[in-house]
Structures are given as C-alpha cells and as structure tokens.
Design a protein around this ligand. Structure first.
Ligand SMILES: NC(=O)c1ccc[n+]([C@@H]2O[C@H](COP(=O)([O-])OP(=O)(O)OC[C@H]3O[C@@H](n4cnc5c(N)ncnc54)[C@H](O)[C@@H]3O)[C@@H](O)[C@H]2O)c1
Length: 169
C-alpha cells in the first residue's frame, strides 16, 4: 500500500485541473482525477502521463452531481485531500441557462462536501472565481476584498458555494 498522500482532483482533465495534476504528480502525490468529460477529453490523461515521467493518474469518469456515485467514490478511494475544480464556467451560457449552472455547480459541490465529510477528510480546496468580488472598489483585488452582488448566474454559483463552505467547515 502506498504511503503517499492521495489527492482527489475534481475537474482534473480540465484546463486548470490538468496542470494542477501534473504539479501534484511532480511533487510525489498520488492523484485521482474525477471528471465527467463534459468539457474535456480522455486524451488529457495520456498527455499528463507523457509529461509526468510515465506516471498515470487514476482517472474516474463520474458526474459529481450523482450523489450515490460520488459518495461511493469517497468511500472506495478515501482521498486525504480534495481540490475541487469541476464546474461549468461560461458566463454567457449561465445567463441563458441559469438552472443548469445551479444544478451542476452547487449540486456537485454538495456531494463533494458530503463525500469528504463522510470519510473525515477536512482538506478541501475550492476553485472560486474573482467574479465573487463584482466590480471591486480597489485594485488589485485580493481575498480581503468584500464580496459583491454577482454579475452572472455563474458568478452567483461561486458566491453561494463560498457561503456553503463557510457554513459547513
Ligand atoms: N479558467 C479560468 O480563467 C478560471 C478563472 C476563475 C475560476 N475558474 C474556476 O476554476 C475551475 C476550473 O476551470 P477550468 O478553466 O479548468 O475549466 P474546465 O472547463 O477546463 O474544467 C472543468 C472540468 O470540470 C468538469 N466537470 C464539469 N462539471 C462536472 C461534473 N458535474 N462532474 C464531473 N466533472 C465535471 C469538466 O468536464 C471539465 O473537465 C472551475 O471551477 C472554474 O469556475 C476558472
């Protein structure tokens, strides 16, 4: 059995997630990718291996809005920490289909939090967005800036997600 810390990267075949996975592998972590491939491709896993000295991360195709499957993933793999990137991110699409964004971005977050809590995993990094600061009063904006009313349903899912995380942990 490996004694390396195991990191679950949701959205790990996506743009930011895949680069994060490469960095984590380079630092010696065991990486599990959970992604439904709704906005990325399976070939990314091979590309990660190519630039990671042949080390292949475990890839699990899963829709994190599926509560039972997500809880099962946590029970089975017991990650030590989670980096949650999985989300829909197109501002325009969120305006035309706000429910899709609420369902996907909030639903998946709830399941990931529940899964992590079910195994006593308290290390969760959430990929939010600068949209939660709206039009900031001062630039450059940092994490101490006050949250403002979101300017899109996408931004609002990130703001609501931050509230849920604050309430939960
Ligand atoms: N790209 C940016 O400039 C930027 C800026 C700020 C915040 N973010 C946030 O960072 C995160 C990653 O962004 P990105 O640019 O890499 O996006 P991306 O679309 O490239 O990656 C997101 C990944 O999540 C997956 N996904 C979406 N819904 C899923 C679900 N229900 N179950 C499983 N997988 C799902 C997609 O297939 C995709 O691979 C997102 O949460 C995004 O909101 C991105």
């Amino acid at each position: 059995m490996s004694d390396k810390r195991k990191i679950l990267v949701t959205g790990g075949t996506g743009f930011i997630g895949s680069h994060t996975v490469v960095e984590l592998i380079g630092k010696g972590y065991d990486v599990i990718i959970a992604d439904d491939l709704s906005n990325s491709r399976l070939e990314v896993v091979d590309a990660i291996r190519e630039v990671s000295k042949g080390i292949l991360p475990l890839f699990i195709r899963i829709d994190l809005c599926d509560r039972n499957a997500t809880l099962e993933l946590f029970q089975h793999h017991k990650p030590d920490a989670v980096i949650h990137f999985a989300a829909k991110k197109l501002v325009g699409e969120s305006v035309s289909n706000p429910l899709l964004y609420s369902r996907n971005n909030i639903g998946s977050l709830l399941n990931v939090i529940e899964g992590a809590m079910s195994i006593g995993c308290h290390d969760l990094v959430f990929s939010s967005s600068c949209t939660v600061y709206g039009q900031p009063d001062v630039l450059p904006v940092n994490e101490f800036a006050p949250l403002k009313k979101a300017e899109s349903p996408y931004g609002n899912t990130k703001k609501i997600a931050e509230d849920i995380l604050t309430d939960t942990v």
